[in-house]
Design a protein around this ligand. Sequence first.
Ligand code: HCA
Ligand code: CU
Length: 380
Amino acid sequence: VSKFKIIESTLREGEQFANAFFDTAKKVEIAKALDAMGVDYLELTSPAASEQSYNDCTTISNLGLKAKILTHTRCHMDDARLAIETGVDGVDVVIGTSSYLREFSHGKDMDYITQKAVEVITYIKSQGKEVRFSTEDSFRSDLVDLLSIYKAVDKIGVDRVGIADTVGCANPRQVYELVRTLRSVVNCDIECHFHNDTGCAIANAYAALEAGATHIDTSVLGIGERNGITPLGGLLARMYTADKAYVKNKYDLTKIRDVENIVADAVDVTVPFNNYITGYCAFTHKAGIHAKAILNNPSTYEILDPTDFNQTRYVSIGHRLTGWNAVKNRIEQLKLDLTDEDAKQVTQKIKELADIRPLSLENVDVLLRQYHSAKESSNH
Ligand code: HCA
Ligand code: CU
């Protein structure tokens, strides 16, 4: 599972997010920020989409980034030629194979699709570029159809085949089984793309990697069509937990917040309160029992070390679940001269007040200072 590559698709799938509009300068800013984090690939909107999209592929291909630049096109010769013209390093080609898409979208049969795929892939390879072939809506496609087309393109030297859960219907067990099966049929790399309609996009990515996938598509904050795809931050959190050394070494995790802020700002959303790593409460500990253990050893209740992500831990103390160890820690931070007995007493006071209304940290500090000065004056 540890060796995996990220195909960062904020500038392709992310452009399909309801609020997304990226001008060239914004695309360049996002591309550079993602490159600085160390993502392996950047996937860009098809040059066939619009004139600006074409120009942006050229511009970003010429930035000299470390990440490989891909564009994403339909399985058409015209699109493939445009893609090559822009100077990208590779092309992610996709075509729909489910009965839904064959009937209601492009209306082509499997023989036609296979023949087109072979033609397009052969052309892109002849231009010395990397090529991936993926089937849209893979989980609602016929397994025999899928495996036979993947086998055919593997034979002619495609670099990767892709599986796409276009509608977000797959669960981790189904993903594991499909990728496992595919792994035994092709020799090339396997890329996976998961939509998040039922909240499985990160788990599905992980299951895919466990089954032998090599590349995962992500976008910053998961933005994309409908409610989006596997989020970059969430995937990094998952993979960090699986192999901390590898992930820390390969990606600059301290940059995740900046990248998310750039994108959130560009598409006019806020980072969700419960976001992986950067949500405002992602490292906030509240219950007295948790707070005590966290203060002794953070690993007790933290699987992610906030410092690895340039984040800070917060122990919340102004509430009815608080405990005296956490209050004592705050007393020490404020350098107030109070005993354990005092901390216990003032904790009772905090609980009494917090039963009536929420307390801010400032409210708690005032209480602690009042308690301290009352004690001082009674001592003199
Ligand atoms: C879409 C296309 C796609 C492509 C995925 C891929 C999907 O429907 O917008 O290239 O593997 O989800 O199927 O994003
Ligand atoms: Cu998609």
